[in-house]
Design a protein around this ligand. Structure first.
Ligand SMILES: [Zn+2]
Ligand SMILES: [Zn+2]
Ligand SMILES: [Zn+2]
Length: 282
């Protein structure tokens, strides 16, 4: 998508303005600009593509194993790093799980990408795989659309002084059947990493049982639902229509990510029940 930012003038450039900054339509919708961006080389909304990562280093985080910490002060809302690895479909994900269980891997590095694919950073990845879970995290994952493909990255939730360990909430991305103890030390610590949702563990188990009789696993099985997407849609639905400017922005962001007819219908329904004229105009 091409944003409607104005191309930079010589004067703008000499003033050191940020192009495709906070007001860029693409940025607001969590889409990175492409080659046709009016701001060209001056566009700052290409952080995944240009690997504009924060300064970090791996370190020994005692009982947690490896961790990743900031080596410079980071402000809030900063892009830390992309979560990269091998993108697996469902049958290959199952094979890896079996293989890692046989090899007694204690750590695994799976991250849900969308309904059909998972990122495995066990064998190929970058240092972002060392970012540990915390029940009170200072980073979050965000899903951005880059040249039509969904990618996952870590972003800071608050300002982080140099030397601080970077953490995120692994809650929705845990697919192992074994419960891992949490050592995050937060007051709000839940005690375990990756509270597997009620029913989800059962689903995994059922899928495993099913596989024994079913030689060719169904490729279309939606085991890795985009939980966050579903939850975000439900949260927006609970407002009974769009009521504020930020609801409109949230709806537009969800529209970029929604791929199933069911999700799209839910989003259309939110529009249908909106009474607020100002929101409808937006
Ligand atoms: Zn722009
Ligand atoms: Zn741009
Ligand atoms: Zn914890």
């Amino acid at each position: 998508m091409v944003c409607d930012c104005s191309p930079p003038s010589q004067e703008d450039i000499s003033m050191g303005l940020a192009f495709c900054g906070e007001d860029c339509l693409n940025r607001m919708l969590m889409i990175e600009c492409g080659s046709r961006c009016p701001c060209g080389d001056m566009c700052t909304n290409k952080r995944f593509q240009r690997r504009h990562y924060a300064k970090t280093e791996p370190f020994r985080a005692e009982v947690k194993g490896w961790g990743l910490r900031a080596t410079s002060d980071l402000s809030s809302g900063v892009f830390v790093m992309e979560y990269v690895g091998e993108v697996l479909d469902y049958p290959n994900f199952r094979l890896r799980c079996k293989q890692y269980a046989e090899d007694n891997h204690t750590h695994h590095y799976f991250m849900a990408l969308n309904g059909d694919e998972i990122i495995d950073a066990t064998q190929k990845g970058n240092t972002s795989r060392f970012i540990n879970h915390s029940c009170d995290p200072n980073c979050e994952t965000q899903k951005w659309t880059v040249n039509g493909q969904l990618r996952v990255g870590f972003f800071t939730l608050r300002s982080i002084p140099a030397g601080t360990e970077l953490t995120f909430d692994y809650q929705f991305e845990q697919y192992g059947s074994e419960i891992q103890r949490c050592f995050c030390g937060a007051d709000s610590c839940r005690g375990i990493i990756g509270t597997v949702k009620e029913g989800h563990a059962k689903e995994v188990q059922e899928a495993e049982e099913e596989e024994e009789v079913d030689i060719a696993p169904k490729k279309s099985k939606k085991l890795f639902d985009d939980h966050m997407l579903k939850e975000e849609i439900e949260k927006l639905e609970s407002n009974n229509g769009l009521r504020r400017k930020d609801h409109v922005l949230e709806l537009a962001r969800l529209m970029v990510r929604a791929e199933s007819s069911q999700d799209r219908r839910s989003l259309l329904h939110i529009l249908q029940v909106t009474k607020e004229a100002a929101c409808l105009r937006l």
